[in-house]
Design a protein around this ligand. Structure first.
Ligand code: ATP
Length: 405
């Protein structure tokens, strides 16, 4: 949580009765400019608070919508087989049950035979779904050879070593693992605060091994329709085997692998099914050839321990916030293309305690923006100081303390 900024001190005016009129005028002038200065500062704090309020309101809206989706009951997926005068014949996926059902005239106009539709418990058609390929393409991000290398990552040398050992070596030295007679770790779980380089680590290992990088967010796997999440998991592994060698990266794994909540809605059961599908894909991993799986989470505390059992995500790697040396290295990486004019990165690293790699990256970009606004191409320390204020103001969730000079 961020702290509220402290209010500037209220200006006081002490007029000595013995003052001459001109001394009195001078004192009043100085008081007036002090009042203006405090007013400007308060105005600035008010603007910052308003911006923060807007952001928080957006976040509340988003969470409310998410909550509504989770509370709403799941629908079943079916195919519209035939359109008749009496209604529509649908075939439910999974059990292949055929049912003649009613549909509202507006929806009926949109449905063609062969379309996928979502139906409720009493087979009422609720919506027409997009073509399957779209869902699959939208949900997964495939990169043949992501450009990220280990050198692009600041700090994290120990984490890089562990990822190389657990993911890279089994991919490039398969024979050696066979010869020694041990199985490489099934899955690697990276955990730590947002913006600390977890995705970068997964991308770097894919680049260094010439593997296809397939990313999917856990939240994408939480689908509204029963069976869809599990189907996406199957698709994910299928896609990976079409692109071997491949690295599957599941971000926000907590979305499907949180400890079960008390509530027993059909939405929860669906999330549970998706996770079971993921575990069963991982259990059949030995036959999968050159596919490695990396997952990431910011909420390690919430994970269902079932996914951490041997043979599943059995290599845990913590990715912490960068320390002083790591921050300096990250700043070096993000400023290497910039022309710096007397900027002390060591001082900046000392001033950015609590910043994540993502925040340091935006600090460099913001400093560049300040130089551009001032019509310069060289970036000075003062640009970084202004950027520091801005990045701190913007950060209201990751815990960077807000300080007002
Ligand atoms: P999230 O949990 O929010 O998905 P993440 O830990 O996966 O975050 P990344 O997506 O890897 O974080 O990092 C976001 C951006 O922050 C990167 O593109 C990079 O610019 C910068 N960054 C983060 N960590 C580092 C680092 N250790 N070294 C260099 N840049 C970093």
């Amino acid at each position: 949580m961020s702290r509220s900024p402290s209010l500037p001190e209220r200006p006081r005016l002490d007029l000595d009765p013995d003052m001459t009129p001109s001394e009195r005028l001078a004192a009043l002038r100085s008081h007036y400019s002090e009042v203006l200065r405090v007013n400007a500062k308060l105005q600035q704090q008010l603007n910052t608070s308003e911006r923060r309020q807007e952001k928080l309101t957006d976040r509340v809206d988003h969470l409310q919508r998410e909550n509504e989706t989770l509370k709403s009951s799941s629908l079943y997926v079916a195919t519209a087989e035939e359109l008749l005068d009496q209604g529509i014949v649908i075939k439910q996926h999974g059990n292949n049950q055929e049912v003649l059902t009613e549909v509202s005239p507006t929806l009926r106009e949109k449905i063609n035979a062969g379309d996928r539709v979502a139906v409720n418990d009493s087979f009422g058609v609720k919506e027409v779904l997009e073509a399957e390929t779209d869902a699959r393409a939208q949900a997964m991000q495939v990169e043949q050879r992501p450009g990220t290398t280990y050198d692009d990552i600041g700090g994290l040398s120990e984490q890089i070593r562990e990822v190389r050992e657990a993911v890279e070596q089994p991919l490039v030295q398969t024979d050696q693992f066979d010869a020694v007679g041990i199985d490489p770790p099934a899955g690697v779980l990276l955990h730590g605060p947002p913006g600390t380089g977890k995705t970068m680590l997964a991308k770097a290992v894919a680049s260094e091994t010439d593997a296809t990088f397939i990313k999917m967010a856990g939240s994408e796997l939480v689908q509204k329709f029963i069976g869809e999440g599990a189907r996406l998991v199957r698709d994910l592994f299928e896609l990976a085997s079409e692109h071997e060698p491949a690295i599957i990266f599941i971000d926000e794994i907590d979305a499907i692998a949180s400890t079960r909540t008390e509530s027993k809605t059909s939405g929860d059961a669906e999330v549970q099914r998706t996770m079971m599908q993921l575990l069963s894909e991982m259990d059949g991993f030995d036959d999968r050839g050159e596919i490695r799986i990396i997952a990431a989470t910011n909420r390690f505390d919430m994970l269902d321990r079932a996914i951490l059992r041997p043979g599943r995500f059995d290599r845990l790697i913590e990715v912490p916030e960068p320390d002083l040396t790591a921050r300096e290295r990250i700043l070096e990486i993000h400023t290497q293309e910039m022309s710096l004019d007397d900027v002390d990165l060591n001082d900046l690293a000392a001033d950015t305690d609590g910043f994540t790699g993502a925040e340091l990256s935006s600090l460099a970009t913001e400093a560049g923006m300040f130089a551009i606004r001032d019509d310069r191409t060289a970036i000075r320390m003062e640009d970084f100081q202004s950027a520091l204020g801005k990045v701190r103001d913007e950060d209201d969730s990751a815990g960077v303390p807000i300080a007002f000079a």
